[in-house]
Write a protein that binds this ligand. Structure first.
Ligand SMILES: Nc1ncnc2c1ncn2[C@@H]1O[C@H](COP(=O)(O)OP(=O)(O)OP(=O)(O)O)[C@@H](O)[C@H]1O
Ligand SMILES: [Mg+2]
Length: 253
């Protein structure tokens, strides 16, 4: 039996209820709901400009919602102090679109950076070198530890960015377009890596993507963000068989 068949019975690690966000007359989110279960890969699909990034920014506290509730591991994030929010943030990895490495720092220094930023999560005596090496090994790039970002290919940069996310041992990983800009073979390697990481660390992941191959391979469930709401939620198989033209539009190729 597939070990993911019981996902709907596992714990909710992240929940958004009735989220609203407008910019002037532009009502981007109009009552958006979402639940992410422990250990699952939830893929979010939506047209460009539909509000996916706005949603994820509200989730990590980079943007304030107009109304609605956001609960992360049972904590209502709107009610947390800055300090409590910082501690919680160390449990959420965010892989930015592109790779966003610091160009003037080596791979090692790029990975040490979040360790310093979230020093509370690790004891003072934590072996930084060992943590950096473990994260790099899990993305197959231990040999690149002393290289500069300019010496890496696009796919390698994406892997280093992933290692930098992993080094904090997050319980939840948010991926914004993890395969965009990569050739199909490298994109597939990144998808396999994301699956390996999920298995190894039992993380829960929210994955924003336009890449339907990625969605098909990696998703336990998919959520379609249409007209500011969670228009449809279901497995790839279920949604791709839908007769609703708004849903069909995403699967036609
Ligand atoms: N800081 C902001 N100020 C004003 N409007 C904004 C701001 N951020 C986003 N928007 C608007 O919110 C809407 C949703 O933007 P968002 O970036 O979430 O889209 P998206 O779904 O992530 O698109 P893409 O797939 O292209 O990344 C857009 O109309 C955008 O112009
Ligand atoms: Mg976006």
């Amino acid at each position: 039996m597939n070990d993911k068949q019981n996902i709907s019975h596992s714990e909710i690690v992240l929940q958004i209820k009735d989220l609203h966000k407008s910019f002037g007359d532009n009502h981007v989110l109009k009552g958006f709901n979402m639940s992410l279960y422990q250990g699952e890969n939830l893929v979010i699909i939506g047209k460009s400009g539909s509000g996916k990034s706005v949603m994820i920014k509200c989730l990590v506290g980079l943007m304030e919602a107009d109304s609605g509730s956001i609960t992360v591991m049972k904590n209502d994030i709107t009610k947390l102090t800055q300090e409590a929010l910082d501690i919680l943030r160390a449990d959420i990895g965010f892989l930015f679109q592109g790779s966003a490495l610091y160009d003037s720092m080596t791979v090692r220094e790029n990975l040490e950076f979040p360790l310093r930023r979230h020093s509370k999560k690790f004891s003072k005596n934590a072996d930084t070198e060992a943590l950096v090496l473990e994260a790099l090994t899990s993305v197959g790039l231990a040999h690149a530890i002393d290289l500069m970002p300019s010496e890496l290919s696009g796919g390698m940069k994406r892997r280093v960015a992933l290692a930098r996310t992993l080094i904090l041992q997050p319980k939840i990983i948010l991926y914004d377009e993890p395969t965009s800009g990569l050739d199909p073979i490298t994109a597939k390697e990144i998808i396999i890596l994301m699956q390996d990481i999920q298995k190894k660390y039992n993380t829960s992941s929210l994955i924003i993507t336009h890449d339907m191959d990625c969605a098909r391979v990696i998703s336990d469930r998919m959520l379609l963000l249409i007209d500011g709401i969670d228009y449809a939620v279901g497995s790839f198989a279920t949604l791709s068989a839908s007769k609703d033209p708004k849903i069909r539009a995403f699967f036609k190729n």
